[in-house]
Design a protein around this ligand. Sequence first.
Ligand SMILES: [Zn+2]
Length: 281
Amino acid sequence: MPKRSLRTIPLIILIIALCARLPIACAKEPPLKIVFFDVGQGDSAAIYFPNGEALLVDAGAGKTDIVRKLRETGAPQSISILMTHPHSDHIGGMLPVVKEFNIIHAYDTGYPYSRIYENILNRLLAVNVQYSVVRSGQKFNFGEAQITILHPDEGFEPHDINDSSVVFMLRYRDFTALFTGDVEKVSEARMVKKWGKLLDADILKVGHHGSRYSSSRDFLSVVRPQFAVISLAIDNSYGYPHKQALAALEDSGAEIYRTDWHGDITVISDGRHIEISATER
Ligand SMILES: [Zn+2]
């Protein structure tokens, strides 16, 4: 055997050993990445797909610079956006994003509510963005990854804006993440009935900032999350997370991450393995 081959053997063994420990880093394709931004009291997450596309889901209340956070986490200049519902803690920070980035496609429920929502919508329509009102059953592909809308149903009459939130499943190969906006227990029950085991997810973006009006035990028993992410401000005036929701999440066996404790929370996956990290501990 030539000398050089002998020298390369330990290196190959080292690489194999490293890749066994860090499979995502060794994958040929870039991983799927989700960053749950710490926006204080509100919700905002960016999904970076392996094919280079990006989707911003909500944009916080406007107190956090989402444009900067997007740029720092690798957003391309052209992105798509999804607004789960038109409350200010979810879309208050969307207007600067719409102004600074080229928006490819915008998704929301189309339920009118607030001046801020109308301002965003007018801006989007003025620049001819592709705009879709979403309803359950619709699917959108981002390369190999897919988003399936699970709520609201066609003809759904929301008793409350929170409960009108877009709920969707993100799937990339075997990896799944369920985004729930601020949907409440009544719609969780509806989804359990309609979707059953299809709600099973590796990652759960916990509904309504850990409020007791969401995270029912029946819902969590079908979602069976490995990781649950709660987006909320420290010492918020609502008392989130409520202890009933927290107990239900703990009993579900999920490992809980909170933006008030952990800062920005990043999840990466090659479609099989999952790594989760946070800016603060
Ligand atoms: Zn909210």
